[in-house]
Design a protein around this ligand. Structure first.
Ligand SMILES: [Zn+2]
Length: 465
């Protein structure tokens, strides 16, 4: 057992090794960014395969794994998921096994014109590396690789700690084969500690351990009132059009301050770090005079309360608008679910609310329901204490425990298949990383500190019996 209050004896050497290895880590990361491994339908899967092969080569170069393979699993009877890389090294002498997770696929780049440098051409400007996947999550992949490099440079390759690297290839497309994958490969994936390096830090000088994730429920909602469109001059005023019904119905989802007003969607009470409304307005780029929605501490609104957003509407476009009463409208509803509630339960509450509030007898049809459960880390476990201590040693500042408003739905699959494992959600992002957006970037100082954190954690686990 290590003494959590003392710097690890290998810290100075690990720091040196991480520092010395940083240029090659950045260059290897750049090579991964050059591969446009978009995992979505309609993008060439050959790039995802090439990126899996590049990751495999990086893991082979470490010389610590007993087996490394590119592996996949079915999504359903007709389709196979994108290739992941799975590498294992058996634990010896009763040591723990640690699983390192990241993903090598990326989001589409969007409109290239919105980028200041080409999305798949890694570019350093100031202290940041720009490119699609430079942060999310190829930097997570490289943080694992570079941490193992530094650890073995200092401790040698003859260590006892069990290691698993699981680098997924379709996280950005909903991890659709994830559950089948972890069931199929459960023996090789089994670990005592799971590090999911796909989240962010408080800022570029303060590390964070993510301890809560909201879940999500999304679906299409079709609101219909008429069998066909009719003339708005002839019938408007007596005939309920679907747009009116939709607007009225959607408005019932929120209270006057914009907070969610759906019975049965729950919130959670937990302390949150200080974060002002002004900071929110600045980081989320409010226009002048625009005010936040909801109430209570800002971060509890983002981490511990539900949220509902209408993310799309199918209705006649303005350019095609004629003087007609619209017979049906479809919207995409995206809800964020507070930790403590299941996605199934939240969907039931939403459906009940919508059906109870449909105006004018409008017909509702809910389809394409997608559910991801929220997640709370058990912060009482020894692993959380060790991880926060490793962060403090690497960053010279205490770590925050943070929530995340977004979801990592596969984490609840992990918990289900490996209920005894302790899960750590770490990451290389910071508030300016802009994952999924144009000009995505990685802060190189954060990258270095994240690598050192993980190298220290490996050393701590190797000490532990
Ligand atoms: Zn990610």
């Amino acid at each position: 057992m290590t003494d959590a209050t003392q710097p690890h004896p290998l810290l100075p050497q690990l720091r040196e090794a991480v520092h010395g290895g940083l240029p090659s880590a950045i260059s290897d990361l750049g090579n991964l960014v050059r591969i446009p491994s978009v995992s979505w339908d309609g993008f060439d899967p050959a790039h995802v395969r090439a990126s899996a092969e590049a990751v495999q080569a990086l893991l082979e170069g470490l010389g610590v794994f007993d087996s490394i393979e590119i592996a996949d699993a079915p999504i359903d009877e007709s389709r196979t998921g994108q290739p992941a890389v799975l590498a294992t090294r058996a634990a010896r002498n009763g040591k723990q096994t640690i699983l390192l997770y990241a993903h090598h696929d990326v989001q589409p780049p969007g409109d290239q014109a919105d980028w200041d440098s080409a999305p798949f051409e890694p570019t350093v400007r100031g202290d940041r590396l720009y490119g699609r996947g430079a942060a999310d999550d190829k930097a997570g992949v490289m943080a694992h690789v570079a941490a193992i490099r530094a650890f073995t440079e200092v401790a040698g390759t003859d260590f006892d700690l069990g290691l698993v690297a699981f680098i997924e290839g379709e996280e950005e497309f909903g991890s659709r084969s994830f559950e089948n994958f972890i069931v199929r490969h459960r023996t090789r994936l089994a670990a005592d500690v799971i590090v999911v390096a796909d989240s962010g830090n408080w800022d570029t000088s303060t590390p964070a351990l993510t301890v809560g994730l909201r879940g999500n429920v999304t679906f299409k909602l079709r609101v219909s009132t008429l069998q066909h469109a009719s003339h708005s001059g002839m019938y408007g005023g007596a005939v309920p059009d679907a747009m009116l019904a939709t607007i009225r119905l959607l408005d019932t989802l929120w209270g006057p301050d914009g907070s969610v007003a759906v019975d049965g969607l729950t919130s959670r009470e937990a302390p949150t770090p200080e974060y002002s409304q002004d900071k929110l307005a600045e980081e989320a780029a409010f226009l002048p005079g625009v005010t936040p929605i909801g109430h209570g501490a800002v971060l509890s609104r983002l981490w511990d309360h539900p949220a509902i957003t209408i993310t799309g509407i199918d209705a006649p476009s303005v350019v095609n608008a004629s003087n007609t009463l619209v017979p049906s409208v479809t919207v995409k509803l995206s809800a964020r679910i507070a930790p403590g509630q299941t996605a199934d339960d939240a969907f039931d509450a939403l459906e009940r609310h919508l059906r109870a509030h449909a105006p004018f007898g409008a017909h509702l049809e809910l389809s394409d329901v997608d559910r991801g459960n929220p997640f709370l880390v058990d912060t009482a476990g020894w692993v959380v204490a060790e991880a926060k201590d490793a962060m403090e040693q690497a960053w010279d500042v205490a770590a925050f425990e943070t929530g995340v408003g977004g979801s990592i739905p596969f984490i609840s699959d992990l918990v289900q298949v490996f209920p005894q494992a302790q899960i750590l959600i770490t990451g290389v992002e910071d508030p300016d990383s802009r994952a999924h957006s144009p000009n995505e970037s990685l802060h190189l100082g954060v990258f270095q500190r994240a690598i050192l954190t993980e190298a220290v954690l490996l050393a701590k686990l190797e000490d532990r019996t």
